[in-house]
Write a protein of this length. Structure first.
Length: 182
């Protein structure tokens, strides 16, 4: 598989994870979500979840299994976030390695193609999900008070490299599977 295809998300939301609706999940026949944590669910500086995120998680749980899989090495911080959302988790995942993602998917007892990897980074979240054969969803990073973090520069570089390699990162407004995996 080419690098362009490995870095191509199935769905680009162009907004935060909170814009991932029940309708989008149902349209794409997704039964489980593996969620990145830092900059996907909470700012890297936060250990607490927002009330909006908690409500979103409760709504999504009505139709999909959820796991948190984070590269963050802080078991305490990721565990605290997972506990507040009542979601199982894996920290120190080493994405784009597939090993910990596969562990989460196996624990859901779902076919890998029915599970989506949701994250804000192309070279970790999308690459790992695509390598495993998951449906991949790219969301915009959560910001904390509008401050710019160094990771945003890294993400901008990832977007540029991905496009050079042939990935199309046009925002999907209808939430349907992109043509590259059909």
């Amino acid at each position: 598989m080419s690098w362009g295809k490995l870095l191509q998300p199935d769905l680009v939301l162009g907004n935060s994870v909170l814009s991932l609706t029940l309708e989008i999940i149902k349209k794409n026949q997704i039964q489980g979500l593996v969620l990145d944590v830092d900059e996907t669910l909470v700012s890297i500086r936060d250990s607490d979840t927002s009330p909006e995120l908690s409500l979103w998680v409760e709504e999504i749980k009505t139709i999909a299994s959820l796991w948190l899989v984070s590269n963050n090495i802080s078991q305490y911080r990721i565990g605290r976030i997972a506990e507040s959302l009542s979601i199982p988790y894996i920290a120190s995942a080493g994405k784009p390695s597939r090993r910990k993602l596969k562990k989460a998917v196996d624990a859901m007892n779902l076919p890998v193609e029915k599970v989506a990897m949701v994250g804000d980074r192309l070279f970790t979240d999308v690459l790992a999900g695509n390598r495993l054969g998951m449906f991949t969803i790219l969301v915009e990073p959560i910001s904390n008070d509008g401050l710019e973090f160094p990771n945003y520069k890294v993400r901008s570089f990832e977007v540029w490299v991905s496009q050079v390699l042939g990935a199309s990162l046009n925002m999907t407004t209808h939430g349907l599977i992109s043509d590259h995996k059909k």
